[in-house]
Design a protein around this ligand. Structure first.
Ligand code: CP
Length: 294
């Protein structure tokens, strides 16, 4: 693959190759792209994705350029296209981009550098999908027939979109939880919406989503006071999960909203191991697009 923009176009054999390579990196495999430059262009806030890409790039020996939106000519009105075309012109090989516009990458079809989508608006989040898939595979060694519940702010979540698409392709059984108004039509064909109390006892994976207050419309502003009791993963619910089941969350976490504070680091939780895996998954993604160019 030259670019990784959306999980819609990623085939299952691509997924398995990238996961296997990420697991090799985790075991200590080395790869070097010392002659390659990468620019991290984050037009939206990020802790995990940005730092994890920076670590992955450093591990691959790449020349890393960080892009400061606030001091860039974006502030003078330069377009995303002209900005990325400039980055291409100065010799950067890979752009890692997060932007608030859904499918921003459609504007960049005429740019001749590799693009890794680090999140587009309410669209998709492919690098989160790869680290999530790696984490699930590490635990279960397969996807086919796994019961996976994605619970919470589905409507505004790029993680829900990209993971639904790819988990279905990989043969997982998908279920959803959370407020009915967030279970929008695009999810209906993937799987049913069920109460959290029905989900917890039968799932292999319970993947929680952050309530994205910054993306909620005024009429959706949520009475977060009751969210945990109605839709969230309380200790009581976590205790009803199967002994081998895992709790995932892309983070950042609203402790006490979608997940009880004490559940975040309980023995079923792989939330922080997901972040560890993110570095190796992103190394494998960078290597994938640079394949043969070292
Ligand atoms: N999971 C995730 O995308 O986190 P950041 O927004 O901190 O990058």
């Amino acid at each position: 693959m030259d670019n990784i923009l959306t999980m819609d176009t990623v085939a299952t054999n691509d997924v398995m190759r990238i996961i296997e390579r990420a697991l090799e990196f985790k075991k200590g495999a080395k790869s070097s792209f010392q002659n390659k430059s990468v620019m991290n262009m984050f037009f939206e806030n990020s802790t995990r994705t940005k730092t994890s890409f920076q670590m992955a790039e450093a591990n691959l020996g790449m020349n890393v350029l960080n892009f400061d939106v606030d001091t860039s000519s974006i502030k003078k009105g330069e377009t995303l296209y002209d900005t990325v075309k400039t980055v291409e012109s100065i010799g950067v090989d890979v752009a890692v981009i997060r932007d608030s516009q859904d499918a921003y990458y459609q504007q960049l079809k005429d740019v001749n550098i590799h693009i890794l989508n680090a999140g587009d608006g309410k669209g998709q989040h492919p690098s989160q999908s790869f680290l999530d898939l790696m984490t699930i595979y590490e635990k279960f060694h397969h996807f086919d027939g796994l019961n996976v519940a994605i619970v919470g702010d589905l409507k505004h979540s790029r993680v829900a979109h990209s993971n639904s698409v790819i988990l279905e392709k990989l043969g997982a059984n998908l279920f959803y939880g959370g407020p009915k108004s967030w279970y929008t039509e695009e999810f209906h064909h993937f799987g049913p919406l069920l109460p959290i109390d029905e989900l917890v006892g039968t799932m292999d994976v319970v993947m929680l989503l952050r309530v994205q207050k910054e993306r909620l419309a005024t009429d959706e502003q949520f009475a977060a006071d009751n969210y945990l009791e109605t839709y969230g993963l309380t200790s009581n619910r976590a205790n009803k999960m199967n002994s081998e089941a895992i709790i995932m969350h892309p983070a950042p976490v609203n402790r006490g909203v979608e997940i009880a504070d004490e559940v975040v680091e309980c023995n079923k939780s792989v939330i922080f191991p997901q972040m560890t895996n993110g570095v190796f998954a992103r190394m494998a993604m960078l290597e994938e697009v640079l394949q043969g160019e070292a």
